[in-house]
Design a protein around this ligand. Sequence first.
Ligand SMILES: CC(C)(COP(=O)(O)OP(=O)(O)OC[C@H]1O[C@@H](n2cnc3c(N)ncnc32)[C@H](O)[C@@H]1OP(=O)(O)O)[C@@H](O)C(=O)NCCC(=O)NCCS
Length: 316
Amino acid sequence: MQYRSYHNSDPPRLHQLWHACALGRNAAEGFSCDVFELFACSPPYFDRKGLILALDGQRLVGYVHASFAVNATENNLDKTQGIISALMVHPEYRRRKVGTELVRLAEDYLRSSGALTIEAGGGLNRNGFYCGIYGGLEPSGFCGSSAAWKEFLGTCGYVRGKETFVFRRDLLQSRDPVNAKLLRHRRHLNLVITDRPSKETWWWFVRFGHLDSLRFELQEKTNLEVVASGQIIGMDLFIPKWGVRSVGIREIFVPESQRRHGYAQALVLEICRRLRGESVQLVEAHVDSENKAAIDLFTSAKFELNDRLLTFIKTL
Ligand SMILES: CC(C)(COP(=O)(O)OP(=O)(O)OC[C@H]1O[C@@H](n2cnc3c(N)ncnc32)[C@H](O)[C@@H]1OP(=O)(O)O)[C@@H](O)C(=O)NCCC(=O)NCCS
């Protein structure tokens, strides 16, 4: 087995390996090699030394992609926080320590670049690669059901990190809840839709800039005060795999002074209503498993917990 860094001619083989690895429900499939290259190898911080391939002769049998989390202001990478963005081994080559060696090489690369910790799987809003083709709405972690992550990464010295809940709602199967508060909000509030988020950070643009997006705001009719905002991201690259049009909702925000009035629920339901009218069937949201307010919000809007995306941590 040989291990080496990425070459410019590798994407077709990487794209083929992706489709041969049975990466689970949360990995898009059926997209072109150009799309793979766009989301895996084109972000401005891509470093060929961080993408390490395992080859048996000429055959590509596995790869790991090591990268970094973003800094607090989201305008650059924080090289003290390493990430393992992707890792896969061809099914015919599993249980031969290929994965273990790939992780070791990724750790060497991250350590030599200044990393103090590594989070395998990335985490909510932290993985700089594969937005649009892994995880669903975003690659918030490795899909818990697609591999024996706990056992495998445990043997590599990692402990359980964060868990992200994937909430989904099938708009054709479920009816919107109705109550007096929601009806009152509909009379007093305007929904404003802007075609592209504008105040987003560099980190947002490098990850979501290639995908369709819209920003939604609920405004008081009387004084135009914004009481809730959020955005949606198109998940069209999942259509070949899931067979339905899907959209992700993210960054739902209600100003502190406006909380506990049902504005967030009103906004999420209004977004769902609009999307249903646009023939979108599935709506998805990613929520930190410790964020009770957000869990309650999406549950109240008839979303169901469908998947868990996991991360694993190691201190170097
Ligand atoms: C997780 C994965 C990378 C492991 O690769 P691998 O080369 O088979 O792993 P290794 O041979 O190095 O395993 C080392 C140890 O981990 C543990 N382990 C690995 N796979 C395991 C499994 N399926 N069940 C239980 N333990 C397992 C074992 O302790 C193993 O040692 P052993 O074989 O001597 O018992 C591989 O299963 C895979 O590619 N899965 C899909 C990945 C995926 O979904 N990626 C998506 C994110 S981009």
